[in-house]
Design a protein around this ligand. Structure first.
Ligand SMILES: Nc1ncnc2c1ncn2[C@@H]1O[C@H](COP(=O)(O)OP(=O)(O)OP(=O)(O)O)[C@@H](O)[C@H]1O
Length: 596
């Protein structure tokens, strides 16, 4: 099967290409990567002094048995993995900085990360919006999207949600998302896994066409058949983190034969390469082969040096300005939210259900001096409900979303700043709506004072507290898995509640525990809520009994250790927590983009 010029699966390259035909070379020298095992504190080397160079215009296949280090090598070359990596990465002999490598290298990982509520076509369309220059009009972008759908065999499932497509289709889509832009270097981790032989061949043929137009393309490939092997110009074969071959595909068998590793005539050279790579590392022939391959560690001749600007000057990290990125992100998020409104509806319904149960349990307690403790419980329950619905919806959704964000951000779709702004713009109305539904129902049925000042101040405390919970959820979701986020959120909430000032008042707290009361955000929210309801010189409450000790609110406020409620201080403390958590979310996302 050979790709013909008039192959219906080939993209009209003029429309997809703008890569200059000037040849260039991505090379790496003495690249090593080791990991530290936490259990026994030992180190093991995953990549050992790897050197090589991939030239533009040639399709490079990276091969090796499972665990040989293929994905790790791509992770290192793409800059996705930086810690514990040594060696040099160069373009045309010029050292590539992290910033520049991000600009020119795109990496499609083995695991696909797609937005489940978008269709295949929409995913490509949004990717086109992020990655293509705003000078290209919408129609032209759509032409590119359709071409890619066609060439990747995704036209029949163009309108299918990405959550419903097959594994192979998802894989092809994730390649398509990176193909849309114009990366100088494309690193693809197993682009053909999950595809049948025909589809795998088509994808490889397309990738080869892209390479021929002046890109460096290196892809990890498992056991290519003989026809697929014909498409691969160069092979880079690894065995346990060491190179055993690097060079033209057609010369590999001869090179192996020089070391007594004769490939049987009936064998597919790719299969034989895997057999050689799987030999015992003590095998003399393999040892000699590796030594030959590794001799360039010592006598390394730097490739020709080019002026940095001539290669890289035309590149901008992002195709869109921050504002434009924000616009596309908001449109994409709104589409996803409207499509997958389950989370939102569930959150509202749970809020309504808990609000109604609370209202029945504490009906009409608001102005009754005899039930003042019950009414105070209403305030704290109100805060718990807001906390749990906000944090749970964040920790359930965010780990997956943040994984997609990290991948897109590393591939220069948009900046963290734009993403973060979009996240805030989208999350705030959801929080305001769901929290307001809850506290308005409870406020009305429990007969809290109907005064605008109190409603406003109470609402403000609830919303600030909700925002803290939401940010805490995002922080946990960006750092931990779903399960761990749920556990940790409980771990935070229980002590924070204990030190809310309701169960253990400031007066009763031991000296050791007092500092916790001073930092507990639940305490400030609770105090703020009590202040909104009972502060601001509220007149004495109604007393249906002969005597009500707490009829005079001053006594009650002294009882809960809040004789002189500083509402402004409560707001300031809550605002402080908001700033702290927002900063923490931002830096945790930034750390994830920068780390491996
Ligand atoms: N952070 C890490 N900690 C411990 N071991 C690691 C780490 N990263 C990679 N490894 C180990 O390094 C080896 C190479 O992993 P890598 O994923 O690169 O292999 P691969 O050749 O791509 O395998 P496959 O074909 O199965 O995907 C594996 O044995 C893996 O367990």
């Amino acid at each position: 099967m050979v790709v013909q010029a008039d192959d219906p699966n080939s993209i009209p390259m003029e429309s997809l290409e703008s890569v200059s035909p000037r040849e260039f070379e991505l090379s790496f020298r003495n690249v090593s990567y080791c990991v530290k095992h936490k259990q026994d504190r030992t180190h093991s080397a995953i990549l050992k002094n790897l050197s090589g160079s991939f030239r533009s215009g040639r399709l490079v296949g990276i091969m090796g048995p499972s665990g040989a280090g293929k994905s790790t090598l791509l992770n290192v070359l793409s800059g996705f993995k930086k810690n514990n990596v040594t060696g040099q990465l160069m373009v045309d002999g010029q050292r590539l900085s992290e910033r520049r490598s991000r600009k020119i290298i795109s990496y499609t990982q083995q695991e696909v990360c797609l937005w489940p509520s978008l269709t295949v076509e929409e995913s490509l369309r949004y990717a086109a919006e992020f990655k293509l220059s705003p000078c290209i009009n919408r129609q032209q972008k759509m032409v590119r999207v359709r071409e890619l759908l066609h060439v990747l065999g995704l036209t029949p499932c163009a309108d299918t949600l990405t959550s419903s497509v097959s594994g192979g289709q998802a894989k092809r889509l994730s390649i398509g998302l990176e193909l849309l832009s114009d990366p100088k270097v494309m690193l693809l981790d197993e682009p053909t896994s999950g595809l049948d032989t025909v589809a795998a061949y088509q994808v490889l043929a397309h990738v080869k066409q892209l390479a021929e137009r002046g890109r460096v393309i290196a892809c990890v490939i498992h056991q290519p058949n003989s026809q697929q092997l014909l498409l691969i110009d160069d092979l880079y074969v690894l065995a346990k983190g060491r190179r055993i071959y690097s060079g033209p595909t057609g010369e590999m068998v001869t090179q192996f034969a020089r070391f007594g590793l004769e490939c049987p005539v009936s064998h597919n050279p790719a299969d034989y390469a895997l057999e050689v790579a799987s030999l015992d590392q003590e095998d003399e022939r393999l040892k000699r082969l590796m030594m030959e391959e590794e001799k360039d560690i010592f006598d390394y001749n730097p490739p020709r040096l080019m002026v940095e600007k001539s290669f890289d000057g035309s590149y901008q990290r992002y195709a869109l300005s921050t504002l434009q990125q924000l616009g596309v992100l908001l449109r994409r998020t709104s589409s996803c939210t409207m499509r997958d409104s389950y989370q939102f509806k569930a959150r509202i319904l749970i809020n309504i259900a808990i609000a109604l149960i609370t209202s029945v349990a504490f009906y009409n307690t608001g102005n009754n001096a005899d039930r003042i403790l019950a009414n105070t419980a209403v305030l704290i329950i109100n805060l718990y409900a807001i906390f749990f619905t906000s944090i749970v919806s964040a920790v359930l959704v965010y780990p997956r979303e943040s994984a997609c964000f990290v991948l897109e951000s590393k591939n220069n779709w948009y900046s963290l700043r734009a993403y973060y702004l979009a996240k805030i713009v989208v999350e705030l109305p959801t929080l305001i709506f769901s929290s307001s539904v809850f506290f308005l129902i409870v406020y009305y049925f429990t007969s809290q004072p109907f005064e605008w000042l109190r409603i406003g101040t109470f609402a403000l405390v609830c919303l600030m507290f909700g925002w803290i919970s939401q940010m805490l959820g995002l922080l946990l979701g960006s750092l931990l898995s779903v399960q761990n986020s749920v556990f940790v959120s409980i771990l935070i909430m229980v002590p924070a509640s204990l030190f809310s000032g309701f169960f253990v008042t400031l007066r009763d707290a031991s000296v050791l525990l007092r500092p916790l009361l001073y930092v507990s955000f639940v305490r400030y929210a609770f105090e703020g809520a009590v202040h909104a309801i009972y502060g601001f010189d509220r007149p004495d409450l109604e007393c249906p009994e002969v005597f009500c000790y707490f009829r005079q609110l001053k006594r009650f406020l002294e009882f809960v250790s809040m004789p002189d409620l500083p509402y402004g201080v409560d707001l300031l403390a809550l605002a402080g927590w908001i700033v702290l958590l927002m900063g923490a979310v931002y830096f945790s996302l930034r750390r994830r983009i920068k780390q491996d």
